[in-house]
Design a protein around this ligand. Structure first.
Ligand code: ADP
Ligand code: ZN
Length: 432
């Protein structure tokens, strides 16, 4: 199902033309109104008139999170503040928060993007959408909220937390669509089991999850334990919020809303643009924003882009699930380890998605500990079982990442959780 069929299924040539026209307009808007970026362009020796089509995009300088910190709070604002109607900020996962401004046009555009995601997952006016993303400065709650109403769905602004009440409202009010972080969806599944309920006791059909990396193993586990189809959605505050890219019924990669954003993949070290299909850092350019336009913003998210015929009929290019941020990568005993690798083993072996990786340095050697909960339906605390299962997990993890962690199995629902984005790594090493 489409929300804006003509745009979503536009032939690629027409889409490129549209992008080129919008890009030219956006570059001029930014050059005229954002002194900081004008200065960057001047230093790079690029004039707005040099940018005539999407092919010229690579001539523009990158924007980094650091640039947004340098211009905190409003140095990147491209319209008078009186033209803005909303402010959001990043959740600050990797440092100081970034402030993003929106005009009404920008909000409309953003909500359209999320409405496309809801439609692609199968939501219609007949659905009740339970939003358990955090409301407030974080873009998750409000982004889904506006879109769900635009689509005509009954919208439940639950925000995160109070998990028993979430399940009760789900049952009493008949929620058919759930929107939250994948880790919170896992928590809801645990709570359902502990309450003695099964997926048949809740009316949910569809889940749209994002704001943090999650693996295919986690998708399979959530789908089974909540009795739903689970779709991925990607976005970041700097570019608007959730809905930069969304999954269709194929559930294998997210279509980027290319009428509003241009995506590139670069080598994160050299900055060189990589050919389609190669893995690297995602760089996004907004081409239709008024208040907070971003030119070649480096997301630090590592993924792959691929354009091809999709059975859903959309022409938008697809991005693979980001495997984490480049700054999420841990180097333990000299070996590169991503949390997503650990997660895929834990889920495949039948454990909870609530886990914690702890790293420390003792006598110049890195220690590497993985804590994970049993699923409530699979809990067995006899010493013999725990020891055997810890040993097996240790060896499976070693096969995946090349080094062997100490594994600590914990009872269900016993490790700390966050209601929003999960915290997976506790690196206690003092490396400076
Ligand atoms: P912060 O950078 O403070 O976390 P945001 O809330 O804007 O601020 O988060 C955006 C980031 O969240 C993205 O850059 C990406 O790393 C992560 N993210 C969002 N959606 C997904 C997703 N579907 N899969 C993986 N990572 C995601
Ligand atoms: Zn598709």
């Amino acid at each position: 199902m489409y929300y804006q069929k003509e745009i979503e299924t536009m032939p690629v040539e027409a889409l490129k033309d549209l992008q080129s026209r919008k890009l030219v307009r956006q570059v001029n808007h930014v050059y005229e109104n954002v002194a900081y970026y004008r200065d960057k362009m001047d230093k790079a020796g690029v004039r707005p008139s040099d940018i005539k089509s999407v092919e010229d995009l690579r001539r523009l300088p990158f924007l980094e999170k650091e640039d947004l910190r340098n211009t905190y709070p409003s140095g990147m604002l491209a319209v008078p503040i009186k033209d803005c109607v909303r402010i959001h900020s990043t959740s600050g996962t990797t440092g100081k928060r970034v402030i993003a401004y929106y005009t009404q046009h920008d909000l409309d555009l953003w909500e359209d993007c999320v409405a496309r995601a809801l439609s692609a997952a199968g939501a219609t006016v007949d659905d009740t959408v339970q939003i358990c993303f955090g409301y407030g400065l974080f873009t998750g709650g409000m982004g889904f909220h506006g879109a769900s109403q635009k689509l005509g769905c009954v919208t439940l602004p639950m925000s995160s937390g109070n998990t028993e009440r979430q399940i009760q409202f789900m049952q009493d009010l008949g929620s058919t669509v759930l929107c939250c972080t994948p880790s919170y969806a896992g928590y809801l599944a645990d709570t359902l089991t502990v309450s003695g309920l099964t997926p048949d006791d809740i009316p949910l059909k569809i889940g749209i999850f994002g704001a943090e990396p999650w693996t295919e193993e986690m998708r399979a586990s959530i789908e089974k334990r909540l009795g739903i189809k689970a779709f991925d959605i990607y976005g970041l505050t700097e570019i608007s919020g959730p809905g930069v890219a969304f999954e269709c019924e194929e559930q294998n990669g997210m279509h980027i809303n290319e009428d509003h954003f241009i995506a590139e993949i670069i080598n994160p070290i050299t900055g060189e643009v990589l050919p389609e299909g190669e893995k690297g850092e995602l760089v996004l350019t907004s081409i239709d924003k008024e208040a907070f336009p971003m030119m070649r913003y480096r997301t630090h998210d590592i993924c792959v882009l691929k354009r091809g015929k999709c059975s859903c009929g959309r022409s938008f290019i697809k991005m693979a699930k980001p495997m984490g941020r480049s700054d999420d990568m841990m180097i333990i005993r000299g070996v590169n380890v991503f949390p997503s690798q650990i997660e895929s083993v834990l889920l495949k072996e039948g454990y909870s998605n609530n886990y914690l990786i702890e790293i420390d340095r003792v006598n110049s050697t890195d220690t590497f500990d993985v804590f994970v909960e049993f699923l409530p339906e699979d809990f067995d605390d006899t010493i013999k079982t725990v020891t055997a299962r810890e040993k097996r997990l240790q060896s499976e993890l070693k096969k995946m990442v090349g080094i062997s962690p100490a594994v600590h199995l914990r009872p269900p629902m016993s490790l700390a959780r966050s209601d929003g984005k999960a915290v997976r790594i506790n690196d206690k090493r003092k490396l400076l």
